[in-house]
Design a binder for this molecule. Structure first.
Ligand code: ZN
Length: 393
């Protein structure tokens, strides 16, 4: 039987490693002293729970159950200014559920999810998305390499864990957005982790004198961007859903002066959605809107290479057990929703069936010392996750 008080105590204990002194904030980037101390404490807890603690060469810390098991967890490193729940919630809930189970539940705390050396580093290497050799050359902002950073754990590191011993992976996480806070629901069962597309576009017009160049003779790149934005919003409206998002960013107007008609503008268009086909449809709209704007404003156009990530669908069976469990714990107070942020589950989906669930973030705030969730909501998440893997809740 899970023990909600013990779960909350452990969560607060983990917060004490790297406590910022501001609210419940933590400063615990991957391989910092606080992170190593937290991982060593977790190592002890895994051992006491009857799991076999196991550091792999990236610093990922597993607590392994004997025989086939379901893997639960998240990450315990933080942003340089982070909250106490981002990642930590999934790890400590997994620990409590493993303790309460009679076997069949393993736990993981992935390393460097928050990107001191790139982002989702530990799960990316474990799932074969990047090699350890490659990653060893990555450096943080101070010039410390991943190889140097992980050397502090060399003594304790063993081989990579064979994913074949796990039947699937479930990551519980705070939402880090406003969906649940606004809907008043207590649990979000994730339908998919959204995909993303990003294009860099340049409109080239004609730079000229802002006093002497008549309006009808101008080829003003800023005006072209402004018209493009309006056209894009109008055309996207026909294909998007309430969860589709898009952003024009990184705008560089040249020469960006009061008395010069701008001759060039470069900007990014990024869009995110849970459906690959909608992402593709939106790309066609972007390209057509660029062409139509260029025609109307006499611009030359260049478009950079597409950067993108595919959406990751959650495993239908695991998702169903999460939904059934949510239905028991908080009937009528849960919903399905996409994840707009990337998580370790994105990488793990390449090697295991994955699913995710969210609890509300107060005010939608995360990656900030102020990040928080009502303790009752944390306990609800714990109960739903326990129920989904057949542990008494
Ligand atoms: Zn996280």
């Amino acid at each position: 039987m899970i023990d909600p008080d013990r779960f909350l105590r452990d969560l607060h204990k983990l917060r004490s490693f790297g406590a910022s002194g501001v609210g419940k904030g933590v400063i615990r980037p991957a391989f910092s002293d606080a992170d190593i101390a937290a991982r060593k404490w977790l190592w002890e807890q895994f051992k006491n729970a009857g799991l076999e603690p196991h550091f792999d060469p990236t610093g990922n810390l597993f607590g392994l159950a004997e025989g086939p098991s379901v893997l639960l967890g998240s990450h315990s490193d933080s942003q340089p200014e982070g909250g106490w729940l981002d990642g930590a919630l999934g790890v400590i809930a997994a620990l409590e559920i493993a303790r309460a189970s009679d076997g069949g539940v393993s736990v993981v705390s992935f390393q460097d999810e928050e990107g001191r050396f790139g982002g989702l580093t530990g799960s990316a290497i474990w799932s074969g998305q990047q090699t350890l050799e490659q990653t060893d050359l990555f450096v943080d902002r101070q010039g410390v390499s991943f190889a140097q950073a992980r050397a502090v754990l060399t003594d304790q590191m063993r081989d990579f864990v064979d994913p074949g011993r796990f039947t699937g992976f479930i990551e519980m996480h705070i939402e880090q957005g406003l969906t649940l806070d606004h809907s008043g629901q207590k649990i979000g069962v994730v339908s998919e982790i959204v995909g993303m597309r990003d294009l860099t576009i340049t409109f080239q017009g004609q730079q000229n004198h802002a006093g002497t160049t008549q309006m009808h003779l101008r080829r003003d790149a800023f005006q072209a961007l402004s018209a493009f934005n309006a056209l894009l919003n109008e055309r996207f409206a026909e294909v998007v859903t309430a969860t589709t998002v898009w952003t024009i960013g990184h705008v560089k107007v040249s020469p960006n002066a009061a008395s010069i008609v701008p001759g060039q503008v470069t900007f990014s268009v990024q869009w995110r959605d849970g459906s690959s086909s909608r992402l593709a449809q939106m790309e066609q709209i972007v390209r057509q809107a660029v062409a139509d704007t260029a025609d109307a404003y006499k611009m030359q156009v260049s478009i950079g290479a597409m950067v993108g990530l595919e959406p990751v669908a959650m495993n239908a069976d695991i998702r169903q057990s999460l939904e059934a469990s949510a239905d028991k714990v908080v009937p009528d107070h849960w919903q399905t929703m996409p994840s707009g942020a990337l998580h370790d589950a994105t990488n793990v989906s390449h090697i295991l069936p994955v699913a995710m669930l969210f609890v509300p973030s107060i005010g939608g705030i995360s990656h900030d010392f102020a990040e928080d969730t009502a303790e009752q909501d944390l306990i609800t998440g714990l109960k739903v996750l326990a129920g989904a893997v057949g542990v008494a809740n």
